[in-house]
Design a protein around this ligand. Structure first.
Ligand code: NAD
Ligand code: IPM
Ligand code: MN
Length: 352
């Protein structure tokens, strides 16, 4: 039996609701693969901030470091100034634990309704490799002459050779393993000339080591158009932190909705625990009502198992989700958050 030491950060809004279902499904998958889950829950987010002013105490970061992986719901709350929890907790973890790969599969499962007419599951199967530690997220810049008519706010995009190369290498390695072997760099090198040229050059150089991978480039504005009009153009997409954030909400929308979109914040070297979370946020507009779709979190828990070298257990969850999505197409009835979790957990237990 293998014991998996998992840290759990339910967070804010619908975070706790969807994480409960992710854990339910992980527990259902564990016995068949001889796994024992050892979970430690951390209360971080709006409640803690209001109570203590803390977003992520150093001691908690140290404890998180001692786990094999982290499952996170979502952070952010209307009662907390925007950015306090997003930066102080979520981005701090991504940066501290060198989650330079933000892995966001975009797949249309059979039976799932897409807003794109005439689109079939074979048309949407991509892997967005979003850079996770740099770009405009780095927090460089500042405000001058605040509150005056001459106020200036800058928010610099940081692109290091080291940071760009490591994520590009990961993306090429992934592309080489996939049947279509295609990699699309998405950037805006016609305007962001310094960063864009660096990304282009690194893709060219690393690409020379992968002659079997076909390389394409799109400006991000055109890429948003093709995500909608020709999603089949894309296999692996590698892109900057902010472009990847925006593109993957769009990807979620074309592949059946934000409630299905999974992600992993990955440190491929396993120098630090990787962190798995749905692409969506804390959804304050529906929090506390038991109507959030936990599927994105459940699929994120499958990514977690895959990352821990447990692809069979991950596959068990993915198959159960695929079955559940097919059943939804037929029954169509609205189910509560825990009910979806129960149904998927039952299918997990029933997998052969
Ligand atoms: P959001 O993803 O929380 O919500 C956008 C819309 O999608 C809302 O209408 C919401 O009800 C719906 N939605 C989201 N998840 C759903 C689910 N599982 N099932 C059904 N519907 C769902 O994005 P937002 O409104 O831009 O942000 C809300 C808060 O979440 C903000 O504080 C933001 O900073 C934070 N946020 C956090 C994360 C994260 O923790 N990774 C990600 C995105 C946003
Ligand atoms: C996401 C979110 C985060 C991001 C925010 C909450 C910092 O939108 O995980 O997609 O922009 O990365
Ligand atoms: Mn986002």
């Amino acid at each position: 039996e293998r014991t998996v030491k998992l840290a759990v950060i339910p967070g804010d809004g619908i975070g706790p609701e969807v994480v409960a279902e992710g854990l339910k499904v992980l527990s259902a998958a564990a016995p068949a693969h001889d796994l024992a889950l050892e979970t430690t829950e951390y209360e971080l987010g709006a409640k803690r901030w209001h109570a203590t002013g803390e977003t992520l105490p150093d001691s908690v970061e140290e404890e998180l470091r001692g786990h094999e992986a982290i499952l996170l719901g979502a952070v952010g709350d209307p009662t907390v100034p925007s950015g306090v929890l997003e930066r102080g907790l979520l981005l701090r973890l991504r940066f501290s634990f060198a989650h330079y790969v933000n892995l966001r599969p975009v797949r249309l499962y059979p039976g799932v309704a897409t807003p794109l007419a005439g689109t079939v599951p074979e048309d949407i199967d991509m892997l967005v490799v979003r850079e996770g530690t740099e770009g405009p997220y780095a927090g460089m810049g500042g405000v001058m002459r605040k509150g005056t008519p001459g106020e200036i706010a800058t928010q610099d995009s940081v692109n290091t050779r080291f940071g760009v190369e490591r994520v590009v290498r990961y993306a090429f390695a992934k592309a080489a393993q996939r049947p279509r072997k295609k990699l699309t760099l998405v950037h805006k090198d016609n305007v962001l000339t310094f960063a864009g040229e660096l990304w282009q050059r690194v893709v060219r150089e690393v690409g020379a080591e992968y002659p079997q991978v076909a390389v394409d480039y799109l400006h991000v504005d055109a890429a948003t158009m093709f995500f909608v009009t020709q999603p089949g153009r894309f296999d692996v997409v590698v892109t900057d932190n902010l472009f990847g954030d925006i593109l993957t909400d769009l990807g979620a929308a074309v592949a059946g909705g934000i409630g299905l979109a999974a992600s992993g914040n990955i440190n491929p070297e396993n120098a630090f625990p990787s962190m798995f979370e749905p692409v969506h946020g804390s959804a304050p507009d529906i929090a506390g009502r038991g109507v959030a779709d936990p599927t994105a979190t459940i699929l994120s828990s499958a990514l977690l198992l895959d990352h821990l070298g447990l692809p069979d257990a991950a596959g068990r969850i993915e198959r159960a989700v695929a079955e559940d999505l097919q059943a939804r197409a037929k029954d169509g009835g609205e189910r509560s958050t825990p009910r979806i979790g129960d149904d998927i957990a039952r299918r997990v237990a029933e997998q052969g």
